[in-house]
Design a binder for this molecule. Structure first.
Ligand SMILES: NC(=O)c1ccc[n+]([C@@H]2O[C@H](COP(=O)([O-])OP(=O)(O)OC[C@H]3O[C@@H](n4cnc5c(N)ncnc54)[C@H](O)[C@@H]3O)[C@@H](O)[C@H]2O)c1
Ligand SMILES: O=C(O)C(=O)C[C@@H](O)[C@H](O)[C@H](O)COP(=O)(O)O
Ligand SMILES: [Zn+2]
Length: 366
């Protein structure tokens, strides 16, 4: 997917900011900053010092005072102590309300950078430069930011839309295959909840979905971003339709927490989507041969790209406790995003423990 001379695509979100998708566009970050910025903090993981330097260099060339903040890798970045270390850096460097944060990295970095920007001086602008597939199609778009606590995933955060999002698909060339595949889970999620063409594109060449040179990758990225953009434009604060983007996440986030964040987010969401498809079938939302076929399609498409669809069978109590902290819960009532059919999301409110446990049995192995 590198070296293409295809013009960048601009996807406008909520009539407010652009997601720019292209090849060779990494140096355009300055163009996404709004007026008045003097200082920029570029937050990045330890795996990407070169990319972060390049972004900072492009900003310096445009006259900004850019400095770097390296944070721990992956989920270890999403902690209150890491956020506090960045607040300290911003304070020492004298960042004002008109200055900016840039997140260069995967979804963990864009979640953290967005949260720091949302909270510093009660809100400064953030430009997101996602460098993983998952970051491009999901985490960097839509303004959901956050960090974890010991009690669970993303329990502290804020809604803080970015000033812009820059997706340079060339950077995906260095991504580990497992991380590309993890991102494919969120792409496939968009297929099940809203855009079935995504599922057809994956089905057409599942092996290619594991490679950054997949000729269909750009279309998959753009389709998934359009799904997300349309949803967040009408429900930024997750009060209604935005919940559909949480398909598979109630069980998925529980796996992540129970496994101490040793599972990739996308892998956990993959199992979570099969879990919730089975739950929907047991609850009568997916019924008859068509319902059975849709549940089977979850396993088929996810497994075809190498995503997991089962989880160990001896963790029910811990999973149930973790699921209760899901943000879709209301009081003691658990709520799940389920499908009534392909691209027909709805909610399942307060399923019995027996039903939830039965669905667990259907995704358990060993
Ligand atoms: N805010 C949202 O709406 C939203 C949506 C989806 C997911 N998320 C969050 O995103 C996180 C997962 O993001 P992720 O899957 O990108 O994981 P990640 O940020 O941990 O990145 C995965 C790995 O890839 C490395 N990496 C990143 N870019 C690279 C590149 N170009 N080349 C080589 N290596 C690279 C990282 O250093 C890391 O080791 C989770 O915390 C999840 O909760 C948030
Ligand atoms: O943007 C959203 O809304 C989503 O739910 C997208 C999810 O893929 C993402 O993992 C999100 O961070 C989960 O949010 P949470 O509210 O369940 O923490
Ligand atoms: Zn997710």
């Amino acid at each position: 997917m590198t070296g293409e001379a295809i013009a960048p695509t601009f996807i406008r979100v909520a009539d407010d900011y652009d997601v720019v998708i292209g090849s060779g566009v990494l140096d355009r970050v300055a163009g996404l900053l709004r007026d008045g910025v003097e200082r920029v903090l570029v937050v990045h993981p330890p795996t990407l010092p070169g990319l972060a330097q390049r972004v900072a260099g492009s900003l310096a060339a445009e006259g900004y005072a850019a400095e770097l903040a390296e944070v721990p890798d992956a989920e270890s970045a999403k902690t209150s102590s890491v956020a506090a270390s960045i607040w300290a850096q911003l304070g020492r460097a004298g960042f004002t309300r008109t200055d900016a944060v840039v997140g260069v990295g995967g979804g963990t970095v864009t979640d953290l950078a967005g949260f720091v920007a949302a909270t510093w001086l009660r809100g400064v602008q953030v430009v997101q430069v996602p460098t993983t597939l998952l970051g491009m199609v999901d985490a960097a778009v839509g303004g959901k930011t956050g960090i974890n606590t010991d009690e669970g995933k993303n329990l502290v955060g804020a809604f803080h839309p970015p000033a812009g999002v820059l997706c340079d698909v060339d950077v995906l060339a260095t991504l580990r295959e497992a991380d590309l595949v993890g991102g494919m889970a969120e792409v496939i999620k968009c297929g099940f909840i809203a855009d079935p063409v995504i599922l057809d594109l994956v089905d057409a060449d599942p092996a290619a979905a594991r490679r950054p040179d997949n000729p269909r990758l750009r279309e998959l990225i753009e389709r998934a971003i359009r799904v997300k953009a349309e949803v967040v434009a009408v429900d930024l604060k997750d009060n209604a339709i935005r919940e559909i983007l949480n398909y598979g996440h109630t069980f998925g986030h529980a796996i992540e927490q129970v496994e101490g964040y040793t599972w990739r987010h996308g892998e956990a969401v993959s199992v979570g989507m099969v879990y919730v498809a089975e739950l929907a079938r047991l609850a009568g939302h997916l019924s008859g041969p068509e319902g059975e076929a849709l549940v089977a399609r979850h396993r088929q498409v996810l497994e075809s790209v190498g995503l997991p669809t089962t989880y160990r069978g001896d963790r029910w109590d811990a999973l149930r406790t973790a699921m209760r902290r899901d943000k879709k819960s209301r009081g003691s009532t658990l709520r799940f995003v389920v499908l009534d059919g392909l691209a027909q999301p709805t909610r399942l409110v307060g399923p019995s423990d027996e039903l939830m446990r039965s669905a667990y049995g259907l995704v358990s192995r060993g």
